[in-house]
Design a protein around this ligand. Structure first.
Ligand SMILES: C[S@@+](CC[C@H](N)C(=O)[O-])C[C@H]1O[C@@H](n2cnc3c(N)ncnc32)[C@H](O)[C@@H]1O
Length: 272
């Protein structure tokens, strides 16, 4: 199911087969504005191989990793990635290394990328607190293979930039004149839900700014969120369609994943 070497708790790998039903037809550029693990972008490239992806995130660790792997300077990229792979291979899964990664004192890009991957892959419950002791023996091989596969199958299809969503100019005229049918996919942090992102300060004002920026661009866009009184009010104020993607119920909570769009999806599954 996962393609990305970066394992994150709230990645959208599982949800993409449902979410994609609400995407417009004929997308040629997929703009993944809150890309993190890049699972959504990888899914799109795998299923729509002609698509071009433009991805961004404002987290410096996320950006350091993807800028290393998607560096347009191929010679430098090959050199950096082989050093990264060597480091992963030589280290193995090791408590001392784990502690060093947690201290986050590495300075070079390669060590930083190594440490970020290490914490995301070998933490108990995907969290960087405790090293997963019953890690499968082949955890290292899986990680190495996934980095190699990304390089082989995706590196020339993704442009990644380190940016806050506010600073991205839409539509992407300058860099991608030849492309049309751009779709802006937004999977921002969810309102009032804790997260472990570098920038923890997500709030209603930012969500509104994101909606207004997208509306101004004239492009088709969709935003992931949970359904609740607050999000319902905000999305309705901007006349967005609220599409029900999935529902997860446990003893205490009911989480309804929605996808708010500024167009009526053609392959509508459920509507709220
Ligand atoms: C829900 S996660 C995205 C998950 C992603 N779709 C995946 O499948 O891995 C939200 C991301 O938004 C990023 N983020 C938070 N605030 C941001 C901002 N103001 N601009 C750009 N990215 C931001 C976080 O760093 C985090 O990686």
């Amino acid at each position: 199911m996962n393609t990305s070497p970066l394992r994150t708790l709230r990645n959208k790998a599982k949800l993409m087969p449902l979410l994609v039903n609400y995407f417009p037809n004929g997308i040629s550029v997929f703009i993944d504005m809150f890309a993190r693990s890049l699972e959504c972008s990888f899914y799109m490239i795998k299923h729509f191989p002609k698509i071009k992806v433009f991805a961004s995130d404002n987290d410096s660790n996320v950006s350091n990793l993807w800028n290393l792997i998607f560096n347009e300077n191929i010679q430098q990229r090959n050199k950096d990635v082989s050093q990264l792979l060597e480091l992963i291979e030589c280290t193995g899964i090791n408590q001392n290394v784990w502690e060093l990664c947690k201290e986050n004192k590495f300075e070079t890009n390669i060590y930083k990328a190594f440490s970020f991957l290490y914490l995301s892959n070998f933490g108990y419950m995907g969290k960087p607190e405790t090293l997963l002791h019953d890690t499968q023996d082949n955890g290292i091989e899986i990680l190495i293979k996934s980095i190699k596969d990304i390089l082989k199958f995706y590196a020339d299809k993704i442009t990644f930039i380190h940016s806050d969503f506010i600073d991205i100019s839409l539509p992407m005229r300058d860099r991608m004149k030849q492309y049309y049918n751009q779709f802006v996919f937004c999977d921002p942090p969810y309102l009032n839900k804790g997260n472990n992102y570098e920038d923890k300060d997500w709030n209603e004002i930012k969500l509104r700014t994101l909606i207004e920026k997208n509306i101004k661009s004239g492009l088709k866009f969709g935003i992931c969120e949970f359904w609740n009184n607050e999000t319902d009010k905000i999305f309705n104020e901007y006349n967005l369609n609220i599409n029900l993607v999935s529902e997860r119920v446990n003893l205490k909570t009911r989480d309804t994943e929605i996808f708010a769009t500024n167009y009526k999806p053609e392959k509508l599954l459920f509507e709220i």
